[in-house]
Design a binder for this molecule. Structure first.
Ligand code: UDP
Ligand code: MG
Length: 349
């Protein structure tokens, strides 16, 4: 006897998903939940918040469980360890069900009130991304100056346009989310990826606010590494520059050798040159190490890409009672996500 197909339950309508990576945010969470509940319900009754615990060591995860129990619209994912903000955002994006997806920080430095200005721009259907731009920072002066110089340099080096003050705080439509999820690269520099996918983008300005509670997780060292990631992820000009550097040093060396030769012919060889030898050896050693480092950066990235490791592992989520362990984050995950999304289901079936 043929078995009648079990009808699928109608998918819950979600207009807006808000993805928030959280790493050791126990101090920020209570206020965050309070502000979001208030602001989001004013915007749409059909919202969801996806809090992604990025392997926090404090009480973040138990707090997320509690938040979900009290407010089912707040879902959570917990990664098996600290994978970094980029992976946490990706985990959230791949689980977001909304037609529009906002990304913001847990520390309320990205004011949720700004969504009221950003969403109407999306409604018109003209824009696929609406990004928030921070206009004034109260970062230390040195940091602000450094970041300005960095963006100047960066924009000369890479082919995508990056702007100072524009970060991860943005709203994306389904099309943009889908595009981001199909980019399978392991070394993710979101700022660049957001710019790389293109689509019509609108900008909304906001004034910088200080962290509500807790401390920043970005040390100067992290920022330096992040800077290098940005340059290396989007072009291979540093490799080209290594060649120029090599040529320059060679030219200097040849010029100097000629001069020493001519000098020896004219005046004879009096065997000084201890200082010159040391300088030449150390300078050349330095240049070689830098160039090797540049090559190594790219090689390391190729190595990481060939391993095809998932970008994050889930330990637990509000979606199921039992802890799930699965590898997610690559194209197949993006596809599963498309199948799950009501607006795309009719196309796939
Ligand atoms: N974050 C994360 N994983 C990390 C570091 C940070 O998910 O490894 C989250 C953090 O919880 C916050 C956001 O990324 O929601 C921004 O972090 P933070 O406020 O420390 O950065 P800043 O605002 O100083 O740039
Ligand atoms: Mg912050």
């Amino acid at each position: 006897m043929p078995v009648a197909p079990v009808p699928r339950p109608p998918a819950e309508r979600v207009d807006l998903s808000v993805v928030i990576p959280c790493y050791n945010e126990e101090e920020s969470l209570p206020r965050l939940v309070e502000v979001l509940t208030e602001q989001l319900s004013a915007l749409t009754p059909h919202f969801e918040v996806i809090l992604v615990d990025d392997g926090s060591r404090d009480r973040t995860l138990p707090m997320l469980r509690e938040v979900h129990r009290a407010h089912p619209r707040f879902r959570y994912l917990s990664l098996s360890r600290n994978f970094g903000k980029e992976s946490a955002m990706l985990a959230g994006l791949s689980h977001a069900r909304g037609d529009k997806v906002a990304i913001m920080d847990a520390d309320l430095q990205h004011p949720p009130a700004l969504l009221a200005q950003m969403l109407p721009l999306m409604e018109s259907g003209e824009y696929s991304q609406v990004v928030a731009r921070r206009t004034r920072t109260n970062d230390p002066l040195v940091r602000t100056a450094l970041s300005r110089v960095y963006y100047k340099l960066m924009n000369r080096l890479v082919e995508v346009d990056l702007e100072d003050g524009v970060g991860d705080f943005r709203v994306l439509d389904r099309q943009a989310v889908r595009a981001l999820l199909t980019l399978g690269e392991t070394n993710r520099f979101s700022k660049g990826l957001f710019a790389w996918i293109g689509f019509p983008t609108a900008v909304v300005d906001y004034e910088n606010v200080s962290r509500e509670a807790g401390a920043t997780k970005w040390s100067m060292r992290n920022l330096f590494n992040y800077g290098i990631d940005g340059v290396v992820s989007f072009n291979y000009r540093p490799l080209r520059m290594s060649i120029w550097l090599g040529l320059l040093v060679t030219a200097v060396a040849v010029g100097y050798a000629l001069w020493v030769l001519v000098d020896a012919i004219w005046h004879g060889n009096s065997v000084p040159g201890y200082v010159t030898t040391i300088c030449a050896v150390t300078a050349l050693g330095g240049v070689q190490l830098i160039v090797l480092g540049v090559i190594g950066e790219y090689l390391g990235r190729i190595y990481a890409e060939t391993k095809q490791r998932p970008l994050f592992l889930l330990k637990e989520s509000s979606g199921s009672d039992a802890p799930v362990t699965s590898s997610l984050g690559r194209e197949h995950e993006a596809l599963a996500e498309l199948e799950g999304h009501p607006s795309e289901r009719s196309v796939l079936e």
